[in-house]
Design a protein around this ligand. Structure first.
Ligand code: NAD
Length: 231
């Protein structure tokens, strides 16, 4: 199988009931992003930020992977060293579908980070201000999330995978948030073919060789089945 890098976004988890950024009435619209998803917001009001991520953690725990998560996991299991899964999602639905080594460039809602010593651990369902770090005991802990204004994780690994990819695929992402929105151009510059799988044309659709439109739970399994048949 050719080397494939798959970047996923909120659209992958939309049919699992985890709203996208833009969903009308969704959790993201009830909060001001400046207040809940920036380091400055956390410094101003950590209780509000924890409340936001506690709610997202509960949503995540109550959600189940859908057919698109399962198809991507199946593809990876068929060729683990050829398929790199990069996600902007902070949920763990790809892992619960059986995927391994998922690159969470924006962090993980089920993990916590100590800002003092860098220790990471699985969070209890509810975090609150001043929770002590289990490693160094400093009350300097936070959700392990990359907030706006912070540098996404694993950029070197992602760059290396993009440079070797034969095919770059974006699933359920609007192309509005950088640096992920730039991966399609990066992959193209390295010579990869590019495919977009999204509900509707995105802001970066014109940069892809091909777009397939529809719900992820339908178009992702169909694409994976084609690839696996081809071998
Ligand atoms: P986005 O909300 O900006 O875009 C979602 C995209 O998915 C849109 O293009 C939309 O047309 C498409 N979409 C919606 N439903 C779909 C479906 N059923 N099938 C296929 N496509 C569908 O999200 P983004 O591009 O991931 O970027 C926004 C930021 O929001 C990211 O940083 C991400 O970390 C964060 N976010 C994460 C989650 C999550 O972890 N589940 C949820 C919401 C937002």
């Amino acid at each position: 199988m050719e080397r494939i890098v798959i970047l996923s976004g909120a659209g992958l988890s939309a049919e699992s009931g985890l709203g996208t950024f833009r969903d009308a009435g969704g959790i993201w619209q009830k909060y001001d992003l400046e207040e809940v998803a920036t380091p400055e917001g956390f410094a101003r009001n950590p209780a509000l930020v924890h409340q936001f991520y506690n709610a997202r953690r509960a949503n995540c725990a109550g959600a189940a992977p859908n057919a698109a998560h399962r198809a991507l996991a199946e593809l990876q299991q068929a060729a683990p060293d050829r398929v790199t899964l990069v996600t902007q999602n902070i949920d763990d639905l790809l892992e619960r579908a059986g995927a391994r080594d998922v690159i969470h460039m924006h962090g993980e809602v089920m993990r916590a980070l100590c800002a003092s010593c860098g220790h990471r651990w699985d969070v209890p369902m509810v975090m609150q201000p001043q929770d002590p770090c289990p490693a160094c005991a400093q009350p300097d802990t936070r959700p392990d999330i990359v907030w706006f204004g912070e540098i996404p994780y694993h950029m070197e690994d992602i760059g290396a995978a993009l440079s070797q990819a034969d095919l770059f695929v974006a699933v359920g992402t609007s192309g509005a948030v950088y640096p992920a929105a730039g991966f399609v151009s990066e992959a193209r510059a390295f010579g990869a073919r590019t495919l977009e799988l999204n509900l509707e044309p995105s802001e970066t659709s014109r940069l892809f060789d091909t777009s397939r439109l529809g719900p992820a739970s339908e178009i992702v399994p169909a694409w994976v089945a084609e690839l696996l048949q081809r071998g």
